[in-house]
Every structure is written in structure tokens, then in C-alpha cells.
Design a binder for this molecule. Structure first.
Ligand SMILES: [Zn+2]
Length: 117
């Protein structure tokens, strides 16, 4: 085995990668956020590698191509049990950073600090 295969940045897990596969997470669907006609899929995902909990918010307008985008932000165990779909976006935007991805970003997703819309 080559040395560099294990060289993930210190303290960083695959779950902080916007291209982390869905199979790396245990997903619990919370439902749909219909606020403002967004119809976003909201779920809580636990990373199978490090156990971190993420709040996942997915927006996709099937009528518009390349409109699929999602944001994933850390959430505590307690907040996760109380989280509801309509409060998910508020939680994500209250965090210092979040990870975004989806066809809208065309491979340029990643860590973001600004609000997610
Ligand atoms: Zn992880």
C-alpha cells in the first residue's frame, strides 16, 4: 500500500467531502419542507465512518435542469431528534459553515460560509 492512500487531511472525514457517496451514511428522512413552495427533502444522516450527524437539505426543481442542489450541515443529537423540515433551512443557515453540492454547482460544491438559498 502506498503511503498517500491514507493521507486524508488531519481531522477531516469523507463526510466533509461534497462527493461522499450516499452509502457512507445512515439516512433518516424527516420529510418535506414546503415553505415558499420549495418542496425540499430534509433528512438526518449519520456518517458511518466517524458518526457525525448531518442535516441534509435537498432542493430540486424537475422542470429546470441543473437545478439540483443540497446543503449538509452538522447537527447535534438533541437538535436532530427535535428537528422538523420547516426549521431545517434556519438551522443550516445558523451554522458557521456547511457543505453544498448538486448539479447546480456542476462539481464546484464544497465548504461554504454564506447563507444557503
Ligand atoms: Zn464522517
Amino acid at each position: 500500500m502506498k503511503e498517500d492512500q491514507a493521507a486524508a487531511p488531519a481531522g477531516r472525514c469523507i463526510c466533509e467531502d461534497p462527493d461522499a457517496p450516499a452509502s457512507g451514511f445512515d439516512k433518516r428522512a424527516l420529510g418535506c419542507d414546503e415553505t415558499g413552495g420549495r418542496f425540499a427533502d430534509v433528512s438526518v444522516e449519520r456518517c458511518r465512518a466517524c458518526g457525525k450527524l448531518w442535516l441534509h437539505y435537498l432542493v430540486e426543481d424537475e422542470a429546470i435542469s441543473r437545478s439540483g442542489r443540497w446543503a449538509r450541515g452538522l447537527i447535534s443529537e438533541g437538535d436532530a431528534t427535535r428537528m422538523t423540515p420547516d426549521r431545517a433551512l434556519m438551522h443550516l443557515n445558523s451554522l458557521d459553515w456547511r457543505i453544498v453540492g448538486g448539479s447546480y454547482y456542476a462539481g464546484s460544491g464544497g465548504r461554504r460560509t454564506g447563507p444557503f438559498r
